[in-house]
Design a protein around this ligand. Structure first.
Ligand SMILES: *Cc1c(COP(=O)(O)O)cnc(C)c1O
Length: 341
């Protein structure tokens, strides 16, 4: 496979169209056969459900090249399932999970020249999504939808080295109890934009959202789950039905228990406990884990003992183990790696 001539190591996280995308349309109660296309434009009614009432859900995952040169995708079955859960919560038709996997296979195969080589730190980001396409003016679910998935090469997350983040406890809420915080819906991001722009203006990298009912428990950031390490090396991650079930976080917990022999607790985490933690990280597909160095709660600073220049030791082990599994340097649990042939 002849790779594209791209400066992989200097890519950022921006949209760069690749040759093919996968499209399937839903009409009269059924998805059509779907196909790859070179057309990167979507033409829909000016009154489409997605444009009026934000009826759209999405996923994010990565394809990369392993040490022995295979092209693989990490746990896409979980993205398929989560997209289905997200769609159902917004009264949208689910895209069948087996068809999702087939679409990803076709899509990555067709864009294999854009899958960055092993060792570059870059990867091919995959963005599947579903949106309501037919005119909707009275508030109701659309009748017609499009499932689309495109790819875009993205650079190494820790370009120029690891830099622990400084985050603030937000005064805004991300998700309401019994709301949509647990699904991957564009609407959750739309409402987080003002909060993140505000945080950036104030010099912070990210927001820490607390539970909106009591403002006493840690939830997540706008796009990543929290993982804490206690001073006796227990991995603690917040449990709440208003956080998005990160596939990276679920995988890291498995790695902590089964590869590193660490104790793991998934439970509500009072913000009060954060000051006693040894390490803190944000987990998601983009970075796997990015370390948090400092958390600021209305002027009160909590400085993580792991400091502002590197990952904490347990965070580093988790990161090395999971990326080792992803890159084929360590044996993966059954079913975690989908090879593209
Ligand atoms: C996508 C997302 C994550 C991370 O999930 P991964 O499956 O690990 O990429 C975390 N929080 C929110 C709100 C998200 O949308």
């Amino acid at each position: 496979m002849e790779k594209k001539n791209i400066d992989w190591g200097n890519l950022g996280f921006a949209y760069m169209p690749t040759e093919k995308r996968y499209v399937s349309n839903y009409k009269d109660g059924a998805w059509d056969d779907g196909c790859l296309t070179e057309d990167d434009k979507v033409v829909i009614s000016e009154c489409a459900g997605v444009l009026q009432y934000a009826q759209t859900v999405f996923e994010g995952m990565k394809a990369y090249t392993t040490e022995d040169g295979r092209t693989v995708v990490f746990r896409p079955d979980l993205n398929a399932k989560r997209l289905k859960d997200s769609a159902e919560r917004l009264e949208m038709p689910a895209f069948p999970e087996d068809r999702f996997l087939d679409a990803i296979r076709q899509l990555v195969k067709a864009n294999e020249a854009y899958v960055p080589p092993y060792g570059s730190g870059a990867s091919l980001y995959i963005r599947p999504y579903i949106f309501g396409t037919n005119p909707v003016i009275g508030v109701k679910p659309a009748d017609e939808y499009q499932f689309r998935a495109f790819t875009t090469p993205v650079g190494p997350y820790f370009k120029g080295g690891v830099k622990p983040l400084t985050i603030k406890v937000s005064d805004f809420d991300r998700a309401a109890p019994h709301g949509t915080g647990h699904i991957k819906a564009g609407l959750n991001y739309a409402m987080s934009l003002h909060a993140i722009v505000t945080a950036h203006e104030e010099g912070y990298d990210e927001n820490m959202y607390l539970d909106s009912a009591t403002r006493t428990y840690v939830e997540e950031t706008g796009g990543a789950n929290f993982l804490f390490i206690t001073k006796d090396n227990t991995v603690v991650t917040p449990k709440s039905n208003t956080i998005l079930p990160s596939i990276t976080r679920r995988s890291l917990i498995y790695v902590a228990e089964h590869y590193l022999g660490l104790k793991v607790e998934e439970r509500p985490v009072p913000f009060e406990e954060v000051k006693d933690m040894a390490e803190c990280g944000l987990c998601g597909t983009a970075a796997v884990i990015s370390p948090v160095g400092k958390i600021v709660d209305h002027g009160k600073e909590i400085c993580m003992p792991s400091g502002m220049t590197q990952m904490g030791p347990i965070t580093q082990k988790l990161y090395d183990t999971l990326t080792g599994i992803q890159m084929g340097r360590l044996e993966a649990p059954e079913g975690w790696i989908m090879e593209i042939k």
